[in-house]
Design a protein. Structure first.
Length: 105
């Protein structure tokens, strides 16, 4: 019984760690934004995120138009790789105009 409990506990821990790593990251999205747009055009991520509501960012992301929307703010920006688009979306969503987040600075 004790051995079974240990195996189940370890399995749940491993699954939890895998799930955590597979989730999109707001922080990684900010880094990708800074690398692609801030360096290229000097645009502040907060200003871009506040240009839309959370529902608008969701619609943009779900219609696969995130890169097109970023070109509105910075025509010279490189496209985000497919693997980072979810992260950038999470960053934009988290700071959207209706997010309720108050950011100093």
């Amino acid at each position: 019984m004790n051995r079974l409990f240990s195996q189940v506990s370890i399995s749940l821990l491993v699954l939890g760690v895998i799930a955590t790593f597979s989730l999109a990251s707001e922080g990684r999205g900010q880094r990708m934004f800074d690398q692609n747009l801030k360096k290229a055009c000097g645009i502040n991520g907060l200003q871009v995120a506040r240009a839309h509501t959370q529902a608008e960012w969701t619609k943009i992301y779900e219609s696969n138009a995130l890169n097109n929307e970023m070109r509105v703010f910075c025509p010279e920006a490189k496209d985000f790789k497919e693997t980072y688009q979810k992260d950038v979306y999470e960053f934009m969503y988290a700071l959207a105009s209706d997010s309720g987040k108050i950011v100093a600075g």
